[in-house]
Design a protein around this ligand. Structure first.
Ligand SMILES: C[S@@+](CC[C@H](N)C(=O)[O-])C[C@H]1O[C@@H](n2cnc3c(N)ncnc32)[C@H](O)[C@@H]1O
Length: 278
């Protein structure tokens, strides 16, 4: 299916439970950020860097990124006006000398060439119909020697649960979400493709890391919003009522899994970087 959308992510009013989605993004930011920030520092993020955050959403990562560059600046580019409004409300009185919001698409960034040290895109690329074109735009706005940092998923390497219920419905629902996002122009299997995409966009010195988010480390409550099957798949069921039985079966299995104090879960986030040649 072809699409003219610039994003497979929920547009305004599309999520049947927007407050749940907001909470999911908030907890997701907190759950893995300490490890993501550590990787970014290892990869050379400097406190005085000028950073571009793309697909900044409701501002949870914006706040955390800003703390990483106390002598630098942050520009947050976001497609959706309603997300920018949400982020501004969340951040309250922020320092406009250090943080600015820009509305626009990663595919056509209203930003000058060569103006940032780091371009950061977290859970964005999986939603963009032309990810290599998006990476080329990031390359354009970086200074020579500048770095792109991507955090994203691959749904065939989403993680593990233990003890794992042996239910075909797990793979069935995961495949349904891969298919739904593909129909909307996105790609939930993008994780394995990003290194080659970075090279195709002109980056060099590619680096890859996996970050584990484990309930045994941070508590199952931090993973609850990811495992809220009824909310996460509500749009899928609304668009395709035939998915309802499979989603209900999975939700019941997850309820049972969460009820056991012996259950544990580990989710994976992949990180990538590349440098713009000097
Ligand atoms: C899953 S949310 C991630 C938000 C944030 N980066 C985080 O990690 O919490 C994806 C965000 O990217 C934005 N987005 C999607 N497509 C975009 C595009 N083409 N250009 C800019 N932003 C886009 C969405 O509106 C949404 O706010």
């Amino acid at each position: 299916m072809t699409t003219t959308r610039e994003s497979s992510y929920y547009g305004a009013g599309e999520h049947p439970h927007p407050e749940n989605e907001l909470n999911r993004l908030r907890i997701q930011a907190t759950a893995s950020w300490p490890k993501e920030a550590r990787v970014m520092r290892e990869w050379g993020l400097r406190p005085d860097a000028d950073v571009l955050e793309i697909g900044s959403g409701p501002g949870f990562i914006t706040e955390l990124l800003l703390q990483e560059v106390p002598q630098g600046s942050l520009t947050s580019l976001e497609l959706e006006e309603h997300q920018i409004a949400e982020a501004k409300a969340y951040l309250g009185d922020y320092d406009e000398n250090r943080l600015r919001f820009v509305q626009g698409s990663v595919l056509e960034q209203p930003l000058p060439d060569g103006s940032f040290d780091v371009a950061h895109a977290r859970f964005l690329l999986q939603h963009v119909p032309e990810p290599v074109a998006a990476l080329r735009e990031m390359h354009r706005v970086l200074r020579p020697g500048g770095q792109v940092v991507i955090a994203d998923v691959d749904d065939h390497l989403w993680g593990t649960v233990h003890p794992a219920p042996r239910l075909p419905v797990i793979d069935q629902v995961i495949q349904m979400r891969i298919d739904l996002q593909a129909q909307r122009g996105g790609d939930r299997l993008i994780g394995r493709k990003i290194p080659q995409m970075l090279l195709a966009a002109g980056f060099e010195r590619i680096r890859v890391e996996a970050v584990a988010v484990s309930s045994d480390e941070i508590g199952m409550a931090m993973l609850d919003p990811q495992l809220n099957i009824r909310s996460r798949y509500a749009m899928m069921v609304a668009l395709n009522p035939a998915a309802e039985d499979a989603v209900r079966e999975l939700a019941d299995a997850v309820d049972e899994f969460l009820a056991s104090p012996l259950s544990s879960a580990m989710l994976l986030v992949f990180m990538y970087s590349g440098e713009k040649p000097r």
